[in-house]
Design a binder for this molecule. Sequence first.
Ligand SMILES: C[S@@+](CC[C@H](N)C(=O)[O-])C[C@H]1O[C@@H](n2cnc3c(N)ncnc32)[C@H](O)[C@@H]1O
Length: 195
Amino acid sequence: MTHYYSEDPDVPLKTKAIEVCLKGYCFKFITASGVFSFGKLDRGTELLVESMILDEGWRVLDLGCGYGAIGIVASRFVDYVIMTDVNRRALNMARKNLKINDVRNAEVKWGSLYEPVSREKFDSIITNPPVHAGKAVLREIVINAPRHLNDGGLLQLVIKTKQGAKYIKALMEDHFTEVRELAKGSGYRVYAGIA
Ligand SMILES: C[S@@+](CC[C@H](N)C(=O)[O-])C[C@H]1O[C@@H](n2cnc3c(N)ncnc32)[C@H](O)[C@@H]1O
């Protein structure tokens, strides 16, 4: 059985276009079977996107980009975005979505966790993390974030209140100078850890 986080999903490819307005802009996204949140924008992603902190000079990493909603919205507000995922079908959709939303200040890279950006630093890492991939993956994302952030940079993530929020917040408190709750709602929390 393959999951939305498989490298090459073996479910037949179906696509569905959606239109969403976020942070004052409207976007068209092609979503796909075998890619997280087929046919819709995930509620957690929506909460994260609406509450994420961005600044115009920033370089941002969208880790686990799926079809690309977070990175594509962020690209309207920052200097440059790198979007990564292990799922090749997700990256194909993200690439298409960059084109159809006329985004020129972002790129997609294939690979696991921080591997595709091993020598790079960002002003913010933003993620709706792959909770179903397991706690070890979540832990890797959090504990390795500071070494990919500039001083004062932010790890911004969304997590289900009943599926790991306590664990993630405590882990962030151990590895960041300060942790703030940016938003809560629909059973999710958005946290920002300041490096
Ligand atoms: C919860 S989904 C979020 C997708 C997208 N950011 C969104 O909000 O719609 C998590 C994403 O992480 C990807 N993923 C899973 N394991 C990963 C890993 N080890 N490295 C990078 N991405 C991974 C999955 O393929 C999936 O696209």
